[in-house]
Design a protein around this ligand. Structure first.
Ligand code: NAD
Length: 250
């Protein structure tokens, strides 16, 4: 029997083919969960869901829009009757230096990474509280812990550090209702988030700083999300778990 047998899971930003969300959705499905992939483009979300199996759901959702989050969650509660797991994975980054961050850059990066995490958490909380069971996994970043310097700019570090604060405060608040909230801090993982802006020289210098001497893979992060989402982590809440090949040991 899978670790997530009979569980229903929402994963945001999981339509991206090589992304952390898609790898997590695939692993959750293999472990028996029914999964909803939420992403900006409805067709992409549906295609990604169909890819992992017919029973999974793909929905359009812009996590920066509270109505959009609430509508998606309402739709899923109607179909499933329960929501056990939320992975707040949707995120964007920009490799900007401090003086180059314009208001629109700040808004875009803070809104998707931090505001989106709050809105989705708010959308599932009443249902999880009523069920007296739930696991929320927020994808932060090593960039929040070490002060950037890998790919994202300072606004990305700030957003991901905000996610850590939000994780800990919501873990404390939701714990009495048996809703656990944890964060995963990936180091550098080779996905499409770099938008083609990563040069071979940048990659070489990143890998040189990783004791395990390789970039992480999406499945490395998915495995950690699986642990936190599952009952193996039944007494784990408010934690931040590093998945970084030793690039930050603290
Ligand atoms: P990715 O670009 O492959 O996937 C991100 C997904 O988020 C895309 O499918 C995109 O459409 C979606 N998205 C963007 N804005 C959205 C919105 N407003 N509403 C809903 N969906 C939206 O990136 P990834 O590397 O898989 O990143 C996943 C998460 O992991 C992000 O939060 C990222 O910041 C974090 N992370 C990534 C790395 C890395 O090295 N790849 C490291 C640390 C943290």
């Amino acid at each position: 029997m899978g670790l997530l047998q009979g569980k229903f899971a929402i994963i945001t930003g999981a339509a991206s083919k090589n992304g952390l969300g898609k790898a997590t959705a695939k692993l959750f499905a293999e472990q028996g969960a029914t999964v909803a992939i939420l992403d900006l483009d409805e067709q992409a979300a549906k295609t990604a869901a169909a890819d992992i199996g017919a029973q999974h759901v793909g929905l359009a959702c812009d996590v920066t829009d509270k109505d959009s989050c609430y509508t998606a969650v309402r739709t899923l509660i109607e179909i499933w009757g329960q929501i056990d797991i939320l992975v707040n994975n949707a995120g964007i980054t920009q490799p900007l230096k401090i003086m180059d961050i314009e208001p629109k850059n700040y808004d875009a990066v803070l809104d998707v990474n931090l505001r989106g995490t709050l809105y989705m958490t708010q959308a599932v909380t009443p249902q999880m509280r009523e069920q007296k069971i739930g696991s929320i996994v927020n994808i932060s970043s090593v960039s929040a812990q070490r002060g950037g310097g890998i790919f994202g700019g300072p606004h990305y570090s700030a957003a991901k550090a905000g996610v850590l604060g939000l994780t800990k405060a919501s873990a404390r608040e939701l714990a009495p209702d048996n809703v656990r909230v944890n964060a995963v801090c990936p180091g550098f993982i080779a996905t499409d988030i770099t938008g083609g802006l990563l040069t071979p020289e940048m990659l070489e210098s990143i890998v040189a700083g990783i004791p395990m001497a390789r970039a992480g893979e999406a499945k490395d992060v998915a495995g950690c999300c699986l642990f936190l989402a599952s009952d193996l982590a039944a007494y784990v809440t408010g934690s931040e778990v590093d998945v970084n090949g030793g690039s930050l040991i603290h």
